[in-house]
Design a protein around this ligand. Structure first.
Ligand SMILES: [Zn+2]
Ligand SMILES: [Zn+2]
Length: 239
C-alpha cells in the first residue's frame, strides 16, 4: 500500500459520503453533515425514536405508537441519527468495513450527550451475531461499536448474551414477523441482580431484536437496560 494511502487510512481526510475534503478528525464534510437528521427532542421517551409526523411538536415525555402497543423490556433506547437512505452510508462503514474511526466518531457524540446513563451502568453488552455470520463477515458490527463505547466510558464489555439459534434477516418483515423471528433466539445464564446494562446494536428499526435481548436480560434479574444504536428509523405519533 503506498504511504499516502496508509496515511489516508489512518487519518481520513475525505468525507466518507461524497469524498470531498474534510477537517481533521471529521468523517463528513459540512454539506453532508447538514443532511443528517440528528435525533433531538421531541422523541419517544422509551425507544428514543424521532417521530416522523411531529418534528415540530412541542410536547415532551410522550410515547410513540409502537411503545404504546408493544411493551418494551428495555428502559430506554437512544440513538445518534435517523437511519435513512443518506445516513445509511455511515452505518454501512461499520457494518461492511468494520471502520473503527467511524464507530469512534459516532460513539463520542452519543457518549457526550448521554454521559449520565453510562455513569449509572455497570457494563456493556453487544447484541450477538450468530457464529456463522461472524465466520462469514469476520466480526460482529455491534461489538465494534461496543468496543468504542468501552474505550470512551471505561465500562467493561461482557458478552453474556448468546444466540441460541440463527434467525432470518429482519429486513422486509413487519413488527409482528420481526418479533416472531427473534423470539427465543437469545440466551443468558449469568445472574444480573442489581446490574444496569448498556445494550448495543448498530441500528434500531422496530426494536424487536433489542426488545428480545432485553427480555432475556431482565429474566436474569437485570435492573435497568439502556440501549444505544448509531441510527434508528423514524417512529410514529399515536393517532
Ligand atoms: Zn460530504
Ligand atoms: Zn417509542
Amino acid at each position: 500500500m503506498p504511504i499516502c494511502e496508509i496515511f489516508d487510512w489512518l487519518f481520513p481526510t475525505k468525507c466518507l459520503i461524497c469524498g470531498n475534503e474534510v477537517l481533521p478528525n471529521s468523517i463528513l464534510c459540512s454539506n453532508c453533515f447538514s443532511k443528517i437528521t440528528f435525533v433531538d427532542y421531541p422523541f419517544c421517551d422509551i425507544c428514543g425514536k424521532i417521530l416522523e409526523n411531529s418534528y415540530n411538536s412541542t410536547y415532551e415525555n410522550f410515547l410513540c405508537q409502537t411503545c404504546q402497543t408493544h411493551p418494551r423490556h428495555f428502559d430506554q433506547a437512544r440513538t445518534l441519527f435517523v437511519y435513512d437512505g443518506f445516513s445509511k452510508n455511515i452505518v454501512m462503514k461499520i457494518k461492511k468495513q468494520a471502520d473503527n474511526f467511524v464507530a469512534n466518531s459516532c460513539t463520542q457524540m452519543l457518549f457526550s450527550k448521554y454521559k449520565g446513563i453510562f455513569a449509572q451502568s455497570d457494563f456493556i453488552v453487544p447484541v450477538p451475531s450468530h457464529w456463522s455470520r461472524i465466520l462469514k463477515r469476520g466480526y460482529n458490527p455491534a461489538t465494534i461499536i461496543a468496543v468504542e463505547f468501552s474505550k470512551i466510558s471505561g465500562l467493561p464489555i461482557r458478552k453474556i448474551l448468546k444466540r441460541s439459534r440463527k434467525t432470518d434477516y429482519q429486513k422486509g418483515k413487519n413488527i409482528s414477523e420481526r418479533l416472531e423471528n427473534v423470539k427465543d433466539a437469545f440466551c443468558c445464564t449469568t445472574d444480573l441482580s442489581n446490574k444496569n446494562i448498556i445494550l448495543i446494536d448498530d441500528v434500531m428499526t422496530t426494536g424487536a431484536t433489542l426488545n428480545e435481548c432485553a427480555k432475556v436480560l431482565k429474566n436474569c434479574n437485570c435492573l435497568k437496560i439502556f440501549c444505544f444504536t448509531i441510527g434508528s428509523t423514524a417512529g410514529y405519533k399515536p393517532t
